[in-house]
Design a protein around this ligand. Structure first.
Ligand code: HEM
Ligand SMILES: [Cu+2]
Length: 843
């Protein structure tokens, strides 16, 4: 007989009414069969997302095995030269963009809600959309290999090799396509993760009680916001150059291939940490559970995560040591590159200290963690070596780099992810993977990995260059390469064992797991269902389950917050970002076809673009937009229920407007992404000027008169004013005044957006003639693009207004449009100042 729970101190009184649980179950009942395509619940989307990422890992890995087979003996002809190039490009791109980044986000989608004890993250349909776009786009990308039109320029696609002149086929376009998708889904995921961690934490989980994994995901998502726009702009510029011959990277007309390298590595270096930080976060959760004691140096680890995120942006130049950068800045970047090993070191010490002090449980996850520590430290050491400039010049583009990068990536993320797979598997459906098979898998992967990649350090130092499809037999590399190939296959066999183990479990052969099998202290180990936990726990410490042994039972009996579904639909509590006090009850969107169709049509649109069916691409493009309209139409329901009691004396509304609403936060994060992209365009402008000022206008004669500048700027400012008037009209429920102000504002913005390219065409500037023309028209097009988006968004707001869905007490949609609108006006003015004043001041 278990003692009754202490009633008085709990947020809700026990026992709970019987029908409460029924209502909760009914609201969260998953769809079945084909309905799976409509599903949005993170438990389901997360699993499909992780599964797809693993599939892409296996495909990319298989390509690697074929490459290793080709390299096993000298003068081999398994793969020809051109196919080898396609293989390594698809392998590298697939691993980095279609496996590594998506899987860490997928794990977040799956794991974060249960660690935060939220019913789901705030934008479930957005995650589901991101998943479908990723699945279709990824499949199309790999299929390009079957038709031998796969990209072959390496995963970093340096122009001019990838420019139209040297890559005339559609191969390079397929790379841009694959990347286009991951950009969309990575940013969607980042918005979801940031707003989720800041706003859907359980009551009481103040900033100092956030699990380390959530910190790592927050930093990672923040890095995506500031790093991905650079690669978006880079790919957009390259695609535009290829399609319309605007010379951004073509040196003869004032462009510069180095521009690509700056933009690409501004993203590419943080990319490595985008992959590594979430993995480190997983490790920081597993280590305390396995050692049965709190993480030593918790605060330092959090500081290290934030610090890494911050510093990694200063480091992109170390990928360009061999491109002739001035020596002084070289030394700076070299030192900074070494400095990032400090936070990594802090974390490694914290893990080792915790493992050493605790009573270690020897699970499969423990083995993978030890393997990770060993490999990752080795990879870190070679990393410090390549950060030394003279050494980098020596090792540059040799197999030493291939060895280093696989030590860091496989050690730093694949091993932790596999550890996590075994560790968190029981939270999936209460079964465990086989400890015995898992241990075999670990040893094969660990030994296979080292046998495969250690010799590459040696062959690299012996002069074997990377990205060669074969080599002559008399250079002394033969044995090393044969050993590497054997190791790669052993490692692959280990991965296969894990897949077999997972398949066994899927076919019902997994062992049932005890509740909380590793006796961990964090919330994801409270038994879960489709609705997440029965009630949302009040959190008082970093390891709530250790500090209150009754917590799991209290939560399961419904004694904590939101034990049922008071409005009979899917919902979760939104809390304040710092103190995590309940603010309102957010209704969550349920299963729907719209986001699935949006994903499908977005994919079709991009595929049409890649195979140069520009006109055809309009059809899926329009359908994708229509699907998004369908999707957002049912959102923003207003306060359709009275405030609800969620427990603990909290009676919260079901709707909040203004800057507290979660979707306002989502829009704000999206605008950060947008602003970073715009900053990259401004950087492009200034950078191209520094490399070839000669293509810039020499005097003011070639520029449009100042009247254009002031006239257009005035249009943007007045358009912003029209929006503010519209906002006042909404507050006063003066619908016609609002509609009028919006229409006038739109017309002003259209005029401003069109006036800029119009006056440039009038003054004889041609985009394809010089880098100057290209970037000026690019900035103008960027504004036009924003106005087109605003036409769609304003159209939605107007439609809602006519349907009676937009008024003073239901204006979240309007406020989101307003944010984008005001941002666009501001961006328009800055853009004008840059392109009209800079040439006047710089000469
Ligand atoms: C199954 C284990 C793996 C094997 C056997 C393997 C093997 C290879 C080989 C043979 C190359 C080509 C080297 C060259 O010709 O220069 C390569 C390149 C590369 N691999 Fe892997 N790899 C594996 C896993 C991974 C993983 C997990 C990642 C990332 C998460 C990754 C990322 C890369 C990258 C970025 C390149 C460079 C491609 C380029 O130069 O464009 N690999 N790998
Ligand atoms: Cu780097």
């Amino acid at each position: 007989m278990t003692p009754p729970l202490d009633d008085a101190a709990l947020p809700n009184r026990l026992p709970r009414p019987k029908e409460e649980l029924e209502a909760l179950k009914r609201a969260w009942k998953p769809t079945s069969g084909l309905g799976l395509l409509k599903e949005v619940n993170n438990n389901i989307i997360g699993v499909m997302y992780i599964g797809t990422a693993l599939l892409f890992f296996v495909i990319s890995g298989t390509l690697a095995l074929v490459m290793r087979a080709q390299l096993a003996v000298p003068e081999n002809d398994v793969l020809g030269h051109s196919l080898y190039n396609q293989f390594f490009t698809v392998h590298g791109t697939g691993m980095m963009f279609l496996f590594a980044v998506p899987i860490v986000e997928a794990i977040g989608v799956f794991l974060l809600p249960s660690m935060l004890a939220a019913r789901d993250l705030p934008f479930p349909r957005l995650s589901a959309f991101a998943f479908w776009a990723y699945l279709f786009g990824g499949l199309a990308f790999f299929c390009s290999l079957i038709f031998e039109v796969a990209p072959d320029g390496g995963w970093f696609m340096y122009p001019p090799l990838t420019s139209m002149k040297f890559s005339p086929g559609i191969n390079a376009d397929f790379w841009l396509l694959g990347i286009g998708f991951i950009e969309i889904s990575a940013i969607a995921g980042a918005i979801e993760i940031i707003v989720g961690i800041l706003r859907t934490r359980p009551p009481g989980m103040t900033l100092d009680k956030i699990p380390v994994y959530c910190w790592s995901m927050l930093v990672m998502a923040g890095m995506i916001v500031f790093a991905f726009p650079a690669v978006i702009i880079a790919t957009a510029l390259l695609e535009i150059e290829r399609a319309f011959d605007w010379p951004f990277f073509i040196a003869e007309r004032g462009g510069d291939p180095l521009l690509w390298q700056h933009l690409f590595w501004f993203f590419g270096h943080p990319e490595v940490y985008i992959i590594f930080l979430p993995a480190a976060g997983l490790v920081s959760m597993m280590v305390p559970a396995l050692a049965q004691r709190p993480l030593i140096g918790h605060d330092w680890v959090v500081v290290a995560l934030v610090g890494t995120g911050f510093f990694s942006f200063g480091l992109w130049v170390h990928h360009m040591f061999a491109t002739g950068i001035p020596p002084l800045s070289l030394s700076f970047f070299s030192a900074a590159s070494m400095a990032v090993s400090v936070p990594a070191g802090i974390q490694v010490f914290a893990w080792i200290a915790t493992l050493g002090k605790g009573r270690l449980q020897w699970t499969v996850a423990t083995w993978f963690l030890l393997g990770f520590l060993f490999i990752f430290v080795a990879g870190g050491l070679t990393g410090v070596m390549v950060a030394v400039i003279p050494f980098d010049w020596q090792a540059h583009d040799s197999y030493f780099v291939v060895a280093h990068l696989h030590y860091v990536l496989i050690g730093g993320m694949v091993f932790p992810v596999f550890a996590g797979l075994y560790h968190w598997w029981p939270t999936l459906k209460g079964t465990m993977l086989s400890e015995r098979l898992g241990r075999w898998a670990f040893w094969m992967m660990f030994i296979g990995f080292n046998v495969a990649f250690f010799p590459m350090h040696v062959s690299g130092l012996m002069g074997m260059p990377r990205r060669v499809y074969t080599y002559p037999g008399d250079l002394g590399w033969n044995a090393l390469n044969m050993v590497s190939t054997v190791g790669a296959f052993v490692m692959a066999f280990g991965v296969l064992l894990v897949l077999i183990d997972m398949a066994r479990d899927a076919f019902g052969r997994g062992r049932p797991a005890p509740e909380n099998p590793w006796k961990a202290g964090t919330l994801e180990w409270i038994p879960n269902d489709d609705y997440a936990t029965r009630s949302i726990p009040h959190v008082r410490s970093l390891y709530p389950l250790w500090d209150n042994p009754n917590l799991s039972r209290e939560v399961q009996e419904g004694a904590h917050y939101l034990p049922g579904a008071p409005t009979r639909r899917r919902e979760t509590i939104v809390t304040s970002p710092i103190e995590a006090r309940p603010q309102y009850l957010m209704p969550m969107p349920g299963p729907h076809w719209s986001h699935f169709l949006a994903g499908l049509f977005t994919a079709a649109h991009f595929i049409c673009l890649a195979v140069q069916l520009y006109w055809v691409s309009l059809v899926p493009g329009v359908l994708a937009i229509a699907s998004v309209f369908w999707w957002v139409w049912s959102l923003d329901r207003g306060a359709d229920h009275p405030p609800q009691d969620v427990g603990g004396g909290w009676r919260v509304p079901v709707y909040l407007q203004g800057s507290e609403n979660h979707s306002w936060w989502g829009t704000a994060v999206l605008l950060l992404v947008d602003g970073t992209a715009f900053a990259c365009l401004c950087f492009t402008y200034v950078f191209l000027w520094t490399v070839s000022p000669d293509v810039w206008p020499a005097g003011t004669d070639a520029l449009p008169g100042l009247g254009w500048l002031f006239g257009e700027a005035a249009l943007w400012v007045v358009a912003a004013g029209a929006m503010l008037l519209a906002s006042r009209a909404v507050a006063g429920n003066r619908s016609w005044a609002m509609r009028g102000a919006l229409l006038v504002g739109l017309l002003l913005m259209l005029a401003a957006a069109v006036a800029e390219p119009y006056n440039r065409i009038g003054s004889g500037l041609v985009a394809s003639e010089s880098a100057y023309g290209a970037i000026v028209y690019m900035l103008a097009s960027w504004q036009v693009f924003h106005v087109v988006i605003l036409v769609l968004m304003t159209g939605l707001a107007l439609a809602r207004s006519f349907a009676g869905r937009l008024h003073a007490r239901r204006r979240v949609t309007f406020d989101n449009v307003m944010l984008v609108w005001l941002y666009t006006c501001g961006q328009g003015v800055v853009s004008l100042l840059l392109v009209h004043l800079f040439p006047r001041l710089a000469v």
